[in-house]
Ligand binder design. Structure first.
Ligand code: ZN
Length: 247
């Protein structure tokens, strides 16, 4: 069995879901990046049983996180299909605009940190995990997550692409790490070693896209690095995700 801890399924069809089901997918977590896409994520989760929804304001749009949005998320999260707060985080490496144009500039640090802290607080209050996007330097984001006390209700870093020291800090704090195709292929220094050493019980898999198929390649690549089979990696990652989301 396989799973996506982080994808954006807008535009997926019944056929796409059926294909994923036939390929052995048991759980697909689709994330919002703003209010509209969070509402859409909940609708997808209501439509298909293998899909669960996450609501959140992405760091690229951190200035859209307001008390009204926080309240709307609180209301949305009453739906049983909402299992996590995501996509939230920090990104100091540029942003994609809503028109999907890459920009070097980003929402100012304080606004991003405030949005992250507020949504971590919400996850803790709702007793659901938070799945976090980390494009900040070093372990800054881990410090913020630990301060928030949301390790109690579950944390994961999506798009993990850092080194063994970072992974060890996460594992020691009970934070899961989700591995996707892009970092595996780009192989930043230390990243492959970090994946090799990562205890299997902290591993999640993702594509961060609208097509879950890539998870199979992710499982193949991790399996080769760890001397396991694709199936063993997929099963561990799926069990971990279910544990994280209390499913
Ligand atoms: Zn994403």
């Amino acid at each position: 069995m396989y799973s996506e801890s982080h994808c954006h399924l807008s535009g997926i069809t019944d056929e796409g879901i059926e294909k994923a089901r036939n390929d052995g997918f048991r759980l697909l977590l689709t994330s919002g990046i703003d209010l509209d896409s969070s509402i859409e994520a909940v609708a997808s989760a209501k439509k298909w049983d293998i899909v669960k929804g996450c609501v959140g304001i992405h760091p690229w749009y951190a200035d859209e996180y307001t008390p009204e949005v926080d309240n709307l998320f609180r209301a949305l999260a009453q739906e049983p299909e909402v299992v996590a707060i995501s996509e939230i985080g920090l990104d100091f490496k540029g942003r994609m605009t809503k028109e999907w144009v890459k920009e070097e500039s980003y929402i100012d640090r304080d606004t991003q940190i405030e949005s992250l802290r507020g949504q971590l607080r919400l996850a803790k209050e709702l007793r659901i995990p938070a799945i976090v996007h980390d494009r900040a330097e070093g372990t800054e984001i881990i410090d913020i997550m630990l301060e928030s006390g949301s390790t109690e209700t579950g944390l994961a870093i999506h798009g993990f692409s850092k080194d063994p020291g970072y992974a060890e800090t996460c594992v020691n704090e009970g934070i899961y790490l989700s591995v996707g195709l892009r970092p595996l292929k780009a192989a930043e220094p230390g990243f492959h070693e970090a994946v090799k050493k990562l205890p299997l019980e902290y591993l999640l898999t993702e594509t961060d896209s609208s097509d879950p198929q890539g998870v199979l390649t992710v499982c193949d690549m991790i399996a080769e690095m760890k001397g396991l089979t694709r199936k063993e990696v997929g099963e561990a990652a799926t069990e971990n995700l279910m544990r994280l989301c209390r499913l």
